[in-house]
Design a protein around this ligand. Structure first.
Ligand code: IPE
Ligand code: IPE
Ligand code: MG
Length: 225
């Protein structure tokens, strides 16, 4: 059976769920957080070491200001409310993405959360925030050129945000569309990809466990036979 070290999730469908059920996209984002907490718990139960969550993409700045503000305020209150609890659960938080476009307050909270949980060992949760895979790859190549080292697979990998993190075994996208939206394009070269019709707030432990069960039985070839 395949071991699972790393699960990556594109948590898509909050807006549509919110509009349909509460007549508000933002209510969907709130409900998405509730779903997330359940999935984090189950990830720990499954003894998975890394969970990478697509929270905000470099393209999401195209959205209305009001929604963007709501999302970042939600993230701020989540960190304020939950960081103690996450720390107690031995969870390490890490931000992957371009940190510089956030408010001072959010930046402060993110840095604080990272520092506080730095040594935690049970599960590492990577928050992909203002994250874009193309930008990440360009940055990696720029660092390589600056360091005057060879452009090769190992050096590209070592200069990504995800250096020191194994590539995802499983990628899940909820929300019914079958696309990658600029998420971890390099890292998922050999990930098993699961597209889910359910909107993220409806995705639950059972859906997650079903994917894990399926994954365990897949014959992963990595180019071999
Ligand atoms: C994903 O849900 C969350 C973020 C991108 C922040 P969406 O907000 O994209 O929800 P839909 O796809 O519009 O339903
Ligand atoms: C991907 O969802 C980004 C996140 C889940 C954070 P989007 O809703 O932004 O993706 P597209 O625009 O439908 O491809
Ligand atoms: Mg979407």
């Amino acid at each position: 059976m395949n071991p699972i070290n790393h699960v990556a999730i594109i948590m898509d469908g909050n807006g549509r769920w919110g509009l349909k059920n509460k007549n508000s996209r933002n209510e969907g984002h709130k409900a998405g957080l509730v779903a997330l907490e359940k999935i984090i718990r189950q990830t720990i139960d499954q003894k998975i070491k890394y969970l990478t969550l697509y929270v905000f993409s470099t393209e999401n700045w195209k959205r209305p200001k009001e929604e963007i503000n709501f999302l970042f305020n939600l993230l701020e209150s989540f960190l304020k409310d939950k960081i103690e609890d996450l720390h107690k659960k031995n969870i390490k938080l890490k931000v992957i993405g371009k940190k510089k476009n956030f408010s001072k307050r959010l930046n402060y909270l993110l840095n604080l959360s990272e520092k506080k949980t730095y040594k935690n060992k049970k599960l590492q949760v990577n928050l992909a925030l203002n994250y874009g895979s193309k930008y990440e790859l360009i940055q990696s190549l720029k660092s390589i050129v600056k360091k005057k080292i060879n452009i090769n697979e190992k050096n590209i990998q070592k200069n990504l945000y995800t250096k020191n993190i194994p590539n995802p075994d499983i990628l899940i996208r909820t929300g019914g569309t079958n696309r990658l939206s600029n998420f971890l394009l390099w890292q998922i070269a050999y990930s098993e990809i699961f597209f889910e019709k359910k909107m993220w707030p409806d995705f639950n432990e059972n859906d997650y466990l079903k994917i894990i069960k399926k994954f365990k039985l897949i014959k992963r070839n990595f180019g071999n036979i």
